[in-house]
Write a protein that binds this ligand. Sequence first.
Ligand code: PLP
Length: 371
Amino acid sequence: MISSFTPPQRILMGPGPSDVPQRILDAMARPTIGHLDPAFAELMEQTKTLLRYAFQTENALTFPVSAPGSAGMEMCFVNLVEPGDTVIVCRNGVFGGRMLENVKRCGGVPVVVDDAWGAAVDPAKVRAAFEANPQARMLAFVHAETSTGAQSDAAALAAIAREFGALTIMDCVTSLGGTPVRVDEWGIDAAYSGSQKCLSCTPGLSPVTFSERAVERVRARRMPVQSWFLDLSLVLGYWQSGGHRTYHHTAPVNPMYALHEALVMLREEGLENAWARHRAMHLRLKAELEALGLSFVVAEQDRLPQLNAVHVPAGVDEAAIRARLLTEFDLEIGAGLGDMAGKIWRIGLMGHSAREENVLHCADALRQCLG
Ligand code: PLP
């Protein structure tokens, strides 16, 4: 007989999802209402306002896609890239590679700017790519590369794109709520994130925001968007403010309660305080990890506080240690992805996971496993 599922209580210090506060889980357990109920419409409006705060933008077109971060990514690409468009894509880890895949699938012509895994995107290479391809209509880059823990200079990259008259798509799945993301100040035209990282919400929703320039680009499309579900012009019938909301898809009502609560909590803490907390916890963890003899993958100036990638010491079976952390200490940390599989650990300090008790628990557990 299969009975109800009771998950173990874990401490989530991997690359996401992060620990979800009880307050958010409680919000999700509230009664389900219809996705066209006027009360739900009120929650949608508040969620848009709260997301504008998180993204630091005035963009009217700011809302959560009813699907994980990968769907937010696809929404940006399928709406903004048309067949034949040249797109400069920065690749310094796994998620830049996914952007490249999106460009190809949209029929775009990618120009790839490669940087080493663990390094930030080099603005000089991006400038050179624009100089060699002045017809480029778009720049795509990952602000916070979760596969390595490297942060790129989004402001500098977006400024170069503007200079060459191109739009910018930014992946801020891992940065939103953890380190500064300033969509308007930086001049970003489209950005996507995820609910499960520094917002500490349950997985499965993808906040997105589009500038007026991006909306104009979508309106001027020569061909319809090839994805029905992700076509902005159709989704907007449901997410637009005021007026008549029409059925597009059945919104994930209860997860939306959770996201709303997570954003209310972010507002209560204040963005600056949240950024400072992530940084302070990173410095605590860094001291503990270095005391254990572990070294960081990313150079200090490019390090993300919320994703600490460290080299696995020589001769250590990294998978066995992660398995022990999980079974004996209820602690999840992340393995390396792609080229870094087997070589690094990724220790997340995202959202509610960025707490002193987690730092100390992780350091103590690693000490026992490595000792
Ligand atoms: N982009 C980055 C930088 C990520 O870290 C992730 C997930 O880890 C994604 C995109 C995809 O998000 P999701 O797994 O929610 O689809």
